[in-house]
Unconditional design. Sequence first.
Length: 296
Amino acid sequence: MTSIPLDVFEAAVRVAGDALYWKSSLRHIFRTSGVSENAATRYEQLSKYQAMRTAWDDLERVGSKGRIVQKNIVQALANLEKPDPKADQASGMKAIEELRRLAQRSQLLVDPEQLKQRQRKEQAAAAVEARTFRSQKLATLRNQFQALHQEANTQTRGYAFEKQLAELFRTYEFDFTGSYKTEIDQVDGALVLDGFTYLVEARWRQQPAVEADLAGLSNKASRRIHATRAIFISMAGFRPEVVAQYRLAHESRLILIDGEDLALIFEGRVELPDALRAKTHAASVDGEPHLRLATI
C-alpha cells in the first residue's frame, strides 16, 4: 500500500487535536484501527497531537502493515459524526469535514459499515501475522536459550542472557528499556505493563538467589514512585527461606521468575504478558511472589 498523502495526515492530526477532547477517544481509535495495546497505552503519556505524530512515525517504520493501520486511523477520524461533547464544536467539525474532503479526494474513504467489516478482516489478518511472527521469533530465541546452557564462560553467558531477555520483551511489543544507570543505582532493564513500570534484574548462576540479591532490587523499586514494581529472574531459582521471607514482607513489590518459568515462556506454552499478570495477581492477592507457571 502507498503512503498516506501528507495533507491527509496533517488533516488527521488536526481532527485528533480539535475534534477529540479526551485522550481515551484517540486511544479507542488507535486500538480499533490495529495499534497494539502496549503502544496505545504508551501514547497516552503524550498530547493528542504528539500521540498522532509519534504513532504515525512508528507505523511508517513497520512498512505496508503499518500503512494499513494508518489508513484505518484516517478513515475512523474522517467518519466521526461530530466532535467530542466538550471539544470546540465549530473547529472540531471544520477539521472533520476537511479531512473527509481530502480523504475522499485520495480515495481513502469507504462506507462506514464496509469500513468496519474491512477493519475486522484486517485486524484478524494482522493478529494471525503477529502470532506467526512471534512464534517464529520465539523458536529462534528458544534455540539460543537452549544453546546458552552449554556456554562455559559465565560472563559471556550473562551478557547473552540479558540480550535474549530484551529480545523476548520486544517480541511481545513491551515498552522495554535496556540496562541503564542513574546517580544512585544501576538496573538491568525496565518494562511497562498495564500502566506499571517493572524494574528487571536477571541472574544466571549455579546457586539459587539469596536474600541479598532480592533486597538490592527491592530497594531500587522502593526508591521510586509507588507504581514501580520489580521482576527478579534467577535461572537457578531461589532459596526457599528467601521466598518465604518475601511472602511476609510488608508492601513487597517483587515478583520472581525461575528457569523453569522462563523455559515455559520461551516454549510458547505461557504467553509472557499472561505470565507477568498471573504472577502479579498472585503477589497482590495471595502474597505469593513466586507463583510457578507450571501450576496455572
